[in-house]
Write a protein that binds this ligand. Structure first.
Ligand code: SF4
Length: 367
């Protein structure tokens, strides 16, 4: 490492800041949200990056900003358009809150993002971390931000073995992060901490030999990198089984809008029918199909279920193709729509089609 070092008498935050800034300039990844100081764009990037890999966000970020280039554009767009642009990114609650947040900025702040973390936190969907990210990165204010990556770095630096003090919510992390940001450009130092956690101080096998903070890292000095932070065991996810009924008419399949609350709320999916513990997944019976939007006939089961893993549950979806029984009635229900084969989400234009629906459609059309 060629990073400049703070004098020996410097405090820990001063030494960390002095090592982080030059390292970030030399080693950071060139990402589109790093090329802007537009607080709206940084807000969008932070929301997209929650629980989502950088590679995935790269496929959506520019397109979303082209479609909704400003807070005003997002606030004025119908929610279905926003969910449509978000289709495939997952965790759709984020898109709803972003849309609500944009409306609040348009209404309460004249369409301009405030620069203070406290004001940012009054906006729907902006919590402590996102407020810190926007205030520090866009406005260069020493507002701390601690997510899982930053918490891991700081836990290791101080060799924190107390599990209760390791998470991103720990007060000690926020205090140390704020102290570091005050020792230089908050904009650079905030991104440097995040980048170090994402690329060097990774959960498994951190690359300590390439770390600018190695000299000040107690976990490294004590050989505790693998133990800090402690690995949390996840509770087993319950597995839910459904028939996903692909009701086909000519070259189109029926989609149903999901309920406004709950998982995939308001998004479009094949009609799902729960498979009970005593049911055979081979084929639903007439009584199972009573709740479908249209009466169906000629059921054909598609081999191999689609398995989709959510954060807290797993769906096992047995696809069944069916045709409408009798004359196809006109659909005047807002909650159902025909999707012609090959139609893109953009051309569909009535809202979001999540990844699991796309998997089901691919399976239904493949037979
Ligand atoms: S020296 Fe290793 S464990 Fe310590 S902060 Fe750097 S990468 Fe993480």
């Amino acid at each position: 490492m060629t990073a400049r070092r703070a004098p020996r008498a410097a405090t820990l935050p001063q030494r960390l800041a002095a090592a982080l800034a030059p390292w970030f300039h030399a080693h950071h990844r060139d990402l589109p949200w790093r090329r802007t100081r537009d607080p709206y764009a940084i807000w969008v990037s932070e929301v997209m990056l929650q629980q989502t890999r950088v590679e995935t966000v790269l496929r959506y970020f520019d397109g979303f900003l082209t479609r909704f280039p400003s807070v005003a554009a997002l606030a004025g767009a119908p929610l279905d358009d926003v969910l449509g642009a978000w289709s495939g990114l997952g965790y759709y609650r984020r898109a709803r809150l972003l849309h609500q947040g944009a409306a609040a900025v348009a209404r309460d702040h004249d369409g301009r993002m405030p620069g203070e973390a406290e004001a940012l936190r009054t906006i729907p969907g902006i919590g402590r971390y996102t407020a810190g990210a926007i205030a520090s990165i866009a406005f260069d204010r020493p507002e701390p931000l601690v997510d899982g990556n930053v918490a891991r770095v700081l836990s290791r630096i101080a060799a924190i073995e107390d599990v209760a003090q390791q998470p991103a919510t720990a007060a000690g992390h926020w205090a140390l992060c704020a102290a570091i940001l005050r020792e230089g450009s908050p904009r650079i130092l905030a991104q440097a901490l995040m980048e170090l956690g994402a690329t060097v101080c990774t959960p498994r096998a951190p690359r300590c030999d390439q770390c600018p903070l190695a000299r000040d890292c107690l976990a490294r000095a004590r050989g505790l990198q693998a133990e800090i932070p402690a690995v949390r065991r996840r509770a087993a996810q319950p597995r839910e089984r459904y028939w996903a009924v692909a009701i086909v008419r000519d070259d189109a399949v029926l989609l149903q809008r999901r309920a406004p609350q709950g998982l995939l709320a308001g998004l479009w999916c094949l009609p799902l029918v729960a498979i009970g513990d005593d049911d055979e997944p081979e084929r639903p019976t007439a009584s199972h199909l009573r709740g479908l939007p249209l009466p169906v006939r000629e059921l054909v089961r598609v081999p191999e279920p689609v398995v989709h893993v959510f954060t807290h549950r797993i769906w096992e979806l047995h696809v069944v193709r069916a045709h409408v029984r009798g004359r196809v009635p006109a659909l005047d229900d807002e909650g159902v729509a025909w999707l012609a084969r090959g139609t893109t989400v953009q051309r569909f234009g009535r809202g979001g089609i999540p990844t699991v629906s796309r998997k089901l459609l691919a399976r239904a059309w493949a037979t």
